[in-house]
Design a binder for this molecule. Sequence first.
Ligand code: GLN
Length: 447
Amino acid sequence: AALDQIEKLEKKLNSFVTVDAEGALKRAEEVQKLIDDGTLTSPLAGVPVAIKDNMCTEGLLTTCSSKILGNYKPVFSAEAVLNLERAGAVVIGKTNMDEFAMGSTTETSAFGETKNPWNTDHVPGGSSGGSCAAVAAEECAYALGSDTGGSIRQPSSFCGVTGIKPTYGTVSRYGLIAYGSSLDQIGPVAKDVTDCATILEAIASYDPKDSTSVKREEYDFTSALVDDVKGMKIGIPKDYFMEGLDHEVKEAILNAAKKLEEKGAVIEEFDLSLVEYAIPAYYVIASAEASSNLSRFDGIKYGYRTEEFEGLHSMYKKSRSEGFGAEVKRRIMLGSFVLSSGYYDAYYLKALRTKALIKKAFDHAFEKYDVILGPAAPTTAPKLGDSLSDPIKMYLGDIYTISVNLAGLPGISVPCGKDSKGLPIGLQLIGDCFKEKNIIRAAYSFE
Ligand code: GLN
C-alpha cells in the first residue's frame, strides 16, 4: 500500500531521495516468515518506515540531500535504524531534507524541494520535511527524523503529523551524519502520539558507540498513553505569545490549552525569559559545530570529487565549492568565523554562556510545571520560495523550537487545528530532561 501511494504521489511531492521498492518487498517477505513462526512479535514488525537521508543505511544511498554525498553508500547502518530492524521494521526508502539538515523548508536539498501534501504550493517545513510529508501522505506508516533546532517538530506541525524530539542522549547518534553534535537527536514522526511512543520505545537505547548516549533508568514510554491529565501543571510562557505569532496559530494553541484545562490540568502563564537570545546563541553554536563536522567532506574519503584539479589544495577547494550548496557554505563560513582566534570569546563562548542560562531558566520553570505549552512555529507552512530569499527571516521562524535543543529537553508537536487556508497548526509540549512521559501523557489527551 505504501509503495502504491509512493507511485501515485511521489512525482508531485518529492518526499524521497531514494525509494527501495525491491529491497523493501524482499525484506517484507523475510519478516513475514519470522512473524508467522512466532520469532517476531513487535508491533513494528513488517511495518514500512522511511528514514531521513542523514542516517546511514548499509548499502543504501545516504546523501544528506547534498551533492557532496550524492554517491555515498554506507557500509554500516545507524544504531537507531538497526534498533528498528531488530523490531522487524521494513525500510522503504530515504527521505528528502534540507542539505545536511540546515534549513526550515526542505528547499535547500540538492535534489529539489519537497511539497506540502496539504497544499503543494507550500513547503512541508524542515529540515525533516521529506519524512513528515511522507507520513502525512501515507507513503509510509511512520518515519525517522532528526532535530537539531526543531527539524522534527516544525515540519510535523506544518504537515499535520506528530513528532517527538527526545531528551539529548536518549537515541544513539551513531550513524547519524553530524550537523550540530551537541544538539542533534533522532526521533519518530508518525500519525499519532500512540505510534510515536511505540517507535520511541524501539529506537531509544544506551549505545557505547555514541559518547553522549545516556543510560536511562527506563525505556518505557507507552505506559504514559493514558487519557488523564488531572492535576498536571502546565506552564504557558508569556514570551511565546508576543509579536510575530500569527493570530490563527495563537488562537488554536490557546484553545488547546483550554481543552487541557477542561480535562483537569492546571494552566498558568509565566515568564520564561531569554527567549530572544535563543536564536543568536543557537546559530552561533550550531554553525560552529557544523563547520568542524563538515571538514571531513574533502573529496578524498568518500563522496563527490571534482573532475579537474591541480594538487591537493585545489582538489579540496573545488570539491567543496562544487559539492556544497549555498546555505551549507553560509554556515561553514559563519562557524569558522565565530571559532577563529580573536572572535571565539566574543561569539562562541558568549553563546555557550547563553545556552547555560537558557537551561537554567527551563530548570527553574520545571520546578513548578510538569509541561510547558506553546506553538511549534510562529506561522503555518509558508509558500514555496518565500523563506529562502531571506535567511534571517527563516532563522527567526525557529524561535519556539531551538531553546529546547540548547537545553537538551524533550519536545513533541501534535496537530491542534487548521488555519483558514486549511494548513495544519501544531502544538508544542516541552518536558524536563528524561520526562518524555509527561509530554506524551499531555499530548495523548488530543488523540
Ligand atoms: N532550522 C534550523 C537550522 O537550520 C534547525 C534545523 C534542524 O533542526 N536540523 O539549523
